[in-house]
Write a protein that binds this ligand. Structure first.
Ligand SMILES: NC(=O)c1ccc[n+]([C@@H]2O[C@H](COP(=O)([O-])OP(=O)(O)OC[C@H]3O[C@@H](n4cnc5c(N)ncnc54)[C@H](O)[C@@H]3O)[C@@H](O)[C@H]2O)c1
Length: 359
C-alpha cells in the first residue's frame, strides 16, 4: 500500500485534529509537525509520536521526504505564504479556509498547484458533515424538483467568535458564512453567483472587538435561485457551547430541512451545569470514534493523494466563494447590491480595512 509522509503546520485546534487523524491513519508513514507554541507542540508530540517536531515550519517545506502538507495556522495571513512555499516545493496541500486574503493570492496558489500537478484543496469541513451530505444528495437525486432557494443560519458562541475576531478583522462572511456559501454553491453547481447583497448587525462585539455580531448575505444565482446565509458570532455562554446551524432547501417538488442545533446530548453536572457536547464545527475525537466532519475530511485528502483521486473541494470553487464574501463585505460597507465578477477596483475596496465607515 502506498503510504505518505505528511507535515502539519500549526497544530492548534484544527491542526491538532489533522495531526491526530494522520497519526491514526494507515495511509500515513511519517508524520512531521511544526508549531510555534512549545506547550502545544509537546502535547501533540505526546499524542502522535511524530517523526520530527519543530518550531520552524520551513523545515517541513525543506524536507524532501514529505509528500503532503496541511496548513492549519493562525493568523490567517500565514495561509498564503505557507501554502505557496509548500506547493513550490512540490508538495500536495490541504489549506484551512480562507484560501488567501486576496483573489490574486488565491489565483497564484491555484496556478502553482495546476502547474505542478499537485492536489490542492481547502478545508471546507462542513461538506463532510453527514446532515449536509444528506441535503446535497436530496438535491442531486431531484426529489426536491427544481431548487428555488437555500437558507443556512449558523451561529457560534461569543467566546469562539472572540477567539477568531481577536486575531483577524476578516468578517463573519469570510470566516463563517464561507462554509455555507461553499456548501450552497457546491450543491447548486454548475450555477454561478451573479449578485450579492449583505448587511451587518452590530451589537455586543462592536465595543469590544470593533466587528459586527452577525452578517447576513443574500446571493442570487445565474438562474435566479436565492441563497441566504446568516453568520453570527455572539451567542451567549450556555447553549450551544460551540455552534448551532439550521438549513432549509426549498424546491418546486419538496423541501429538506436540517437541524444541526446540537441539542441531542445533554450533560448536566453540579460542577459545570448544563453542557451540550459535540457541538463544534470540526467535530472531536470521543476515545476510539470521531464525531463530526474533520477526521473524514483529512482522510479524504490523504486518499486523494495516495490514490491520485480528485479532491472534493476544488480550489476554483473556493475562489468563487472568496469573491462572493468579498462582494458581501463591499455590499455591507456601501449598502449597495454588488454584481459579479468584481472589478479589480471593487476587489481592492473589499480588501481595504473593513468597517472603515463604521461610526
Ligand atoms: N473547518 C473548520 O471547521 C474550521 C474550524 C475552526 C477553524 N478553522 C480554520 O482553521 C485555521 C486554524 O484555526 P484554529 O482554530 O485551529 O486556530 P488555532 O489558533 O487554535 O491554531 C493555530 C496554531 O498555529 C500555530 N502557529 C502560528 N504561527 C505559526 C508558525 N509560524 N508556525 C507554526 N505554527 C504556527 C499557533 O501557535 C496555533 O497553535 C483557521 O485559519 C480557521 O479559519 C476551520
Amino acid at each position: 500500500m502506498k503510504q505518505l509522509n505528511v507535515g502539519v503546520i500549526g497544530t492548534g485546534w484544527c491542526g491538532g485534529i489533522r495531526a491526530l487523524a494522520c497519526a491514526r491513519s494507515a495511509l500515513v508513514d511519517q508524520l512531521h509537525l511544526a508549531e510555534t507554541d512549545p506547550d502545544r507542540l509537546a502535547e501533540l508530540v505526546e499524542a502522535t509520536s511524530p517523526t520530527t517536531a519543530t518550531a520552524d515550519w520551513h523545515e517541513i517545506i525543506a524536507n524532501p521526504a514529505i509528500d503532503a502538507v496541511m496548513v492549519s495556522t493562525t493568523p490567517e495571513h500565514l495561509h498564503h505564504p505557507m501554502a505557496r512555499a509548500a506547493l513550490r516545493a512540490g508538495k500536495h496541500v490541504l489549506l484551512e479556509k480562507p484560501i488567501a486574503l486576496t483573489l490574486d493570492e488565491a489565483d497564484e496558489l491555484i496556478r502553482l498547484a495546476d502547474d505542478g500537478g499537485l492536489k490542492f484543496t481547502i478545508g471546507y469541513s462542513q461538506r463532510f458533515n453527514a446532515k449536509q451530505a444528506m441535503v446535497k444528495r436530496s438535491i442531486n437525486e431531484g426529489v426536491l424538483g427544481r431548487v428555488t432557494s437555500i437558507l443556512v443560519s449558523r451561529h457560534i458562541t461569543r467566546s469562539l467568535g472572540a477567539k477568531i475576531s481577536q486575531r483577524t478583522k476578516l468578517s463573519p462572511a469570510a470566516m463563517e458564512a464561507t462554509h455555507d456559501l461553499d456548501f450552497a454553491f457546491w450543491c447548486l453547481e454548475p450555477r454561478r453567483p451573479v449578485r450579492v447583497y449583505s448587511q451587518n448587525a452590530w451589537g455586543v462585539r462592536e465595543a469590544t472587538l470593533g466587528v459586527p455580531d452577525t452578517q447576513y448575505v443574500l446571493v442570487t444565482m445565474d438562474d435566479g435561485v436565492v441563497v441566504t446565509i446568516g453568520a453570527g458570532m455572539s451567542l451567549p455562554p450556555g447553549y450551544p457551547n460551540q455552534s448551532t446551524t439550521w438549513i432549509e432547501v426549498l424546491g418546486t417538488e419538496g423541501a429538506v430541512i436540517a437541524d444541526a442545533s446540537h441539542r441531542d446530548i445533554v450533560v448536566n453536572t453540579v460542577a459545570r451545569g448544563v453542557q451540550f457536547p459535540l457541538s463544534t464545527m470540526p467535530g472531536e475525537f470521543v476515545d476510539h470514534v470521531y464525531a463530526g466532519p474533520m477526521e473524514r475530511e483529512t482522510t479524504h485528502f490523504l486518499e486523494a493523494v495516495a490514490h491520485d483521486r480528485p479532491v472534493m473541494v476544488d480550489p476554483q470553487l473556493a475562489r468563487v466563494t472568496m469573491e462572493v464574501y468579498l462582494a458581501a463585505d463591499l455590499s455591507a460597507e456601501t449598502n449597495e447590491v454588488v454584481s459579479l465578477p468584481l472589478t479589480r477596483d471593487q476587489a481592492g475596496l473589499a480588501l481595504a480595512e473593513p468597517y472603515a465607515n463604521r461610526g
